[in-house]
Structures are given as C-alpha cells and as structure tokens.
Design a protein around this ligand. Structure first.
Ligand code: CO
Ligand code: ZN
Length: 327
C-alpha cells in the first residue's frame, strides 16, 4: 500500500473550520460516491456514507472540521481581533499566515508587549493589509472564520502540515471505503462536523445511525519529544489502539478485537493512553442507551500547531488495521 500524496494534500488543504465544512464535505463526497451505496448529509452537516452489509452496524467516524480563528472586532485601522474556534495556543499564532473562506489572506501578529512569553489571544490581531476599517469590512465580516495557511510538506518518512488533525483520519476512511473487499458488516462511514468545539457532529450522527459498534479514527499526541510526559505513544511505532482518553475508556471488546487483529495480521501497533483530549468516540459511546466504542489513532507530533507531523508508515498501519477490522 502506498500513500496517495496528491489526494492527501487536497484533503488537508481544503477550507473547513468547525461549522463551515461545505467545501471539504463536497470534496470527500465526490471522492467516495462511486464506492458506497448511499450518501446522506444531516442537518448539522455530517457526511454519512453507507456501505451495506448484513452483519453488525458499525459507525466509523473521522472529523472533517478544523480549528480556526473567528473575527470578533475590526478597529479603525482595519486590524481584526479574533477568538479561537477549537483549542489553540496563543504563542503558536505569532507570525502565522491565515486564509478566510473567500480567499482573503492575512497574518497574525502581536501588539507590542513587555514579555513575549505571556502572549494571550487578546494581545493578537489579524492584519490583512488594508488601509482602515471600511476596507477590511469589504473582505472580512464579524463572525468570519480563517484557517492556517501553510505548506504541505513531505519527506520519505513523514508528512508535515497543519490540519492532519483530522484530515489524515478522513483520508484513511476514504482509502478504506475504496479498498474494502468484502464487508459482511453494515458500515456507516461518518465524516463529522464540529469535533473541535466538542464532538457535536458525532453526537447527532450516532443518534440517527444507532450503531452496534462505534470506532473513531483521529490523531493522538506522541510522547517522544524532548521533556515530554511518560506516556506510551511514539511516532513510527505503528497504529495506536486507544485504551483511554479524556472523553472515553475504550470498550474492552473493541480494544481486544483490534489488538487480536493487529497481532494476527502482523500490523505494528501500540496502546494509547491519553490524559487530555478526546475524539468523536467520546460522543458515540454515550449515544442513546450506549454504544460499544473504541478508536484507532494516528500518532501525531505538535497537534493543533501549523506543523503537525505524522509518519507515513504509521498511516499505512492504521489503514491496514481499519480495513481488516471492517472486513
Ligand atoms: Co483536534
Ligand atoms: Zn481531531
């Protein structure tokens, strides 16, 4: 199996912050429509693709939304103040290039500060290079959301780009949809909305699908960089099978089934325990009267920065594990 870099690049660089997922949804729908029996879009905007089978109903979810910045005020000189959509560290924003849905580009910078290391979102602004408030308002309205504009970089071993969270999961779902051989199970692939603001899309999708089994495919933090905490997941160590994060404790049956499958097929894996952060799995497992839920995670360094990093081998291990599981 090799990675389709041009498709991955397209998926990763397409606009789609939480609540504004139209563009990425259209791209994914086009990509998978010939390989599934039915595609539905619910009221929140989740893309739900059904691949029919007679067995258990399995919901597999990756979120297509991304973190971003929402304009909240524009001053006389045309500078834009913003709030965050999803978890963002202010210090990582300094000098960051951004892009609004209509293509307007800008840069985030800080007002003059005594101490640079105490930056808060309040100290930052977006400069789109205009000459005053009216000119800015022609391009950006209060409530508009911009995303990080950055290059998609690739070496022989890793991919570096913003928004691998969770477009890499979307890519893995798309490739699974295209390559799954025989599915005895009844498969619902969900490209969910608004995960970054609290797993909102996965909640409504799980409610309508009523799956027997839930599975999230999302990135997880690694603990292999200088002075990181003593947790297990490392880049290059294979697909991460979730034991726990802040949003759920994986169901034993699902976790064990994934481990067994990885062992049987010789798929490199590691067990994930995460003290902070969650995924769509957190919303799925508490839907209705409860759903047995687990997760396959892609190890990722520098999550929610402009330079998230994943290993190509790990991507392939995740893909093989998901494909084996749904088959
Ligand atoms: Co995220
Ligand atoms: Zn994510």
């Amino acid at each position: 199996m090799i990675i389709d870099s041009s498709l991955l690049k397209e998926i990763v660089t397409t606009y789609g912050p939480s609540s504004r997922e139209e563009k990425i949804r259209n791209l994914i729908a086009n990509e998978i429509k010939e390989y599934v029996d039915e595609i539905k879009i619910d009221a929140l905007g989740n893309l739900i693709a059904h691949k029919k089978g007679l067995g258990k109903k399995i919901m597999i979810s990756s979120h297509m939304d991304q973190i971003g910045l929402m304009a909240i005020d524009i001053d006389e000189k045309g500078f834009i103040r913003f709030t965050n959509i999803g978890g963002i560290k202010p210090a990582l924003l300094l000098g960051q290039r951004v892009r609004f849905e209509n293509g307007t580009i800008g840069v985030v910078y800080s007002e003059k500060l005594e101490e640079d290391n105490k930056i808060k979102v309040d100290n930052l602004y977006i400069d789109i290079g205009t000459n005053g408030r009216e000119e800015t308002l022609n391009k950006v309205k209060i409530g508009d959301i911009c995303i990080f504009q950055n290059e998609f970089l690739e070496s022989d071993k890793v991919i570096i780009s913003p928004y691998l969270d969770d477009r890499i999961g979307c890519y893995i779902l798309i490739e699974t949809i295209k390559n799954v051989m025989k599915n005895s199970n009844d498969l619902y692939f969900v490209f969910s909305v608004q995960e970054e603001v609290g797993m909102r899309g996965a909640k409504t999708a799980a409610f309508s699908i009523e799956p027997d089994i839930g599975l999230a495919v999302d990135v997880t933090s690694t603990f292999d960089t200088p002075k990181s905490e003593k947790l297990n997941v490392k880049l290059f160590n294979g697909a991460a099978i979730k034991a726990m994060d802040y949003s759920l404790i994986a169901h034993k049956d699902i976790k064990d089934a994934l481990i067994e499958l990885a062992e049987a097929k010789g798929i490199k894996y590691q067990i994930e325990v995460l003290e902070h952060g969650g995924t769509d799995a957190g919303a799925i497992h508490m839907s209705k009267s409860g759903v047995k839920t687990g997760a396959i995670s892609i190890p990722c360094r520098y999550i929610h920065s402009q330079s998230e990093m994943v290993s190509k081998d790990d991507i392939i291990m995740c893909l093989e594990l998901l494909k084996a599981y749904v088959e």
